[in-house]
Design a protein around this ligand. Structure first.
Ligand code: ASP
Length: 349
């Protein structure tokens, strides 16, 4: 569906409405929140017209709760942006907060050489509620998507705007299910903060690319996750590592990348790597980075060829693996790119 507000303005923004709490209402029968159409949002934000730019809407039909998000839809979203790229100055994706950081991470990899803003936002309370946070989030996200200096977009990145802060998408995490401040980015500073004015931190924002946009259209979801914990059994570890069809495992470790040194554990990992699995080590901590070899408890991981995920979020590591696996790279190139920052998703220096 495509709707639009005034045709007179110069700046053109496309809103892609996928669903999420922002457009939900309470189901009278079950008492549960469920997504409805974009009309509810439009009717509740007459202010959009006052922004003075041309806003068009591409609405998912039916809209979805983002817990049903899927890699195929990430590819679809990237395709929509690719198709409409020349016609708009920026894009705002209205999305449920639950998996917003996953979608933002995936889009950051699928949209290579992005020179226009792709701003994801949503809300903790539906737009129709008196105390809703949706209005501010949507209006400021639109302003950020439209912001330009010297003819160029101020934020040529996939990012998340929520509760007065703009974060790099692949550095963000939903950390709170209750607060209006639902997201943070522990390992990278905010790209902008909104108060009376929107203050952009240009030194932290990606530079404009020299090449044209390249939209990637493939993701390979052959990834499993092994989160270690004290008391984890060999049966659990092997069940994950021997999952049929997987090509890569995200190993969620303690602190700066540590695991038990029990020989059954390291033997299982070694066997997995011999079978061809790529194992990426990321930390269970929200802040800080993996540093393989810092402690005795990660030396063996380094020796057997576990890849360091440095300070990547789980969301970014997952999306990056799906993106790189789809490219059928050699094992050494895959390992090299995993440890390299492709879209500002990690710091490895
Ligand atoms: N369950 C909702 C969703 O992710 C939560 C939200 O939008 O905040 O779609």
């Amino acid at each position: 569906m495509t709707n639009s507000t005034p045709k007179s303005a110069k700046t053109r923004i496309l809103i892609i409405y996928t669903g999420g709490t922002v457009g939900m209402v309470m189901d009278a029968a079950t008492g549960a929140l469920k997504p409805i159409g974009f009309k509810e949002i439009r009717d509740n934000i007459p202010e959009i017209v006052k922004l003075g730019f041309e806003v068009e809407v591409h609405a998912f039909n039916p809209p979805m709760d983002s817990s049903n998000m899927h890699p195929d839809i990430w590819v679809e979203l990237a395709g929509i942006i690719g198709k409409k790229y020349a016609a708009y100055d920026g894009f705002v994706i209205l999305h449920g907060s639950d998996t917003m950081a996953f979608t933002a991470s995936a889009l950051s990899f699928l949209l290579e050489n992005l020179s226009k803003p792709v701003v994801l936002t949503g809300s903790q309370l539906p737009i129709g509620e008196i105390r809703t946070d949706a209005k501010e989030n949507i209006i400021t996200a639109l302003e950020i998507a439209a912001a330009r200096k010297g003819g160029k977009a101020l934020v040529p990145e996939v990012c998340i705007y929520f509760d007065y802060q703009l974060f790099r998408g692949n550095r963000s995490k939903k950390y709170n299910a209750e607060k209006f401040e639902a997201f943070y980015s522990m390992n990278y500073p905010p790209l902008a903060e909104a108060g009376i004015s929107i203050k952009y931190q240009r030194q932290f924002i990606l530079k404009h690319p020299e090449k044209p946009l390249k939209v990637h259209r493939k993701l390979d979801p052959a990834v499993a996750v092994l989160k270690v914990f004290p008391g984890i059994t060999q049966a659990t570890v092997d069940a994950v590592l021997e999952t049929r069809g997987i090509k890569a495992v995200i190993l969620e470790t303690f602190g700066s990348g540590n695991t038990t040194t029990a020989s059954w554990f390291t033997d299982s990992l070694r066997k997995g790597i011999k079978r061809g699995l790529v194992i990426v080590d990321i930390t269970q901590c929200d802040g800080g980075a993996v540093e393989l070899g810092r402690y005795e408890t990660s030396v063996q991981l380094k020796e057997m060829g576990v890849v360091s995920g440095y300070d990547m979020t789980f969301e970014a590591a997952l999306a990056k693996l799906m993106f790189l696996l789809a490219q059928k790279l050699s094992r050494s190139r895959l390992r090299e790119l995993l440890e390299t920052s492709l879209r500002g998703e990690l710091t490895n220096a």
